[in-house]
Design a protein around this ligand. Structure first.
Ligand SMILES: [Zn+2]
Ligand SMILES: [Zn+2]
Length: 292
């Protein structure tokens, strides 16, 4: 059984529609796919219809931008009720912050002598729930200012680069609690990603676990083998589920092909059992796993 628990569609910053993404997952031989667009459930309905069509099991989720003691942390939430008011409020503030940031980034790029407008960004962001830095990057590529998204981030958009603008990120401690309140489970995505430091460290991860965090995404393209080994040890010590995923963005991110990392079926079952318990405890009406 091949399980990929972290992918993006055009509902955020992927380049495929939810339908195209689910079809691509079937073509790639995946049995289980989670759709986890940034801070939105907008792609869920379309993905559900296609999953039934093509016979892929679909786990509905999202990737929420949070922060923990100053560290930006992407938190994957699986199977929450997105209408649960405290969760909906976090999503609203994050999306609002992201769209509001685009004009500020464009102004900085203009000051650097790059000819780009907010309309250029809107053209490439299309039907995404919010325009964000990946869309600014795509607009820069379309302008011929950079070769690809990676160069756009490295030269201009990453923290510390000249066109970087900060934005709201929800406090992780609150979001873990509110995802549970919404009947879902949470997993920290690409825990140590491309950071040069291994932060948030074991103590903060232990605290997150005590607050109800369910798992760590260990197998991710941004983690070197020794990082994966260290995170696997921490997950075992904290009794957290270990996941592996592609973080696929269509053609928006190279080297993140569907199924390039997968989740062990036993770990997947643990995640679902935790989600079932959270759903029962919350009393909310949560999205079921879509089984063909
Ligand atoms: Zn992420
Ligand atoms: Zn992602």
């Amino acid at each position: 059984m091949r399980i990929d628990l972290h992918t993006h569609s055009r509902a955020s910053d992927g380049t495929q529609s939810p339908e195209e993404l689910v079809r691509a997952a079937a073509a790639a031989g995946l049995d289980v796919l989670a759709l986890t667009d940034h801070d939105t459930a907008d792609g869920w309905a379309a993905a559900e219809v296609t999953a039934r069509d093509v016979g892929v099991t679909l786990v509905r989720g999202m990737e929420i931008s949070t922060q923990l003691d100053g560290w930006g942390v992407h938190l994957l939430a699986y199977l929450p009720d997105p209408t649960y008011p405290p969760l909906a409020e976090h999503l609203r503030r994050v999306l609002e912050g992201r769209s509001g940031r685009t004009p500020a980034i464009v102004a900085r790029l203009n000051a650097l002598g790059i000819d780009l407008t907010v309309d250029d960004v809107a053209r490439v962001s299309g039907d995404a729930a919010a325009s964000g830095r990946p869309h600014v990057a795509d607009a820069l590529v379309a302008r011929g200012a950079v070769r690809d998204r990676d160069e756009a981030f490295a030269r201009y958009l990453n923290a510390g680069r000249p066109a970087h603008v900060d934005r709201y990120a929800a406090p992780l401690r609150e979001v873990v609690r509110d995802v549970a309140g919404a009947g879902g489970v949470s997993v920290i995505a690409h825990v140590w990603g491309r950071r040069r430091v291994q932060e948030p460290g074991p103590d903060l991860l232990a605290e997150a676990a005590s607050l109800g965090l369910t798992g760590l995404e260990v197998d991710h393209q941004d983690h070197a083998p020794q990082v994966r080994a260290r995170l696997r040890d921490i997950a075992r010590d904290l009794d957290l589920v270990v996941t592996g995923s592609s973080d696929h963005h269509g053609t928006g991110k190279v080297d993140h092909d569907l199924g390039c990392n997968t989740t062990d079926p036993e770990q997947y079952e643990r995640l679902l059992a935790a989600a079932q318990a959270a759903a029962a405890a919350s009393g909310r009406s949560t999205p079921a796993v879509v089984r063909p």
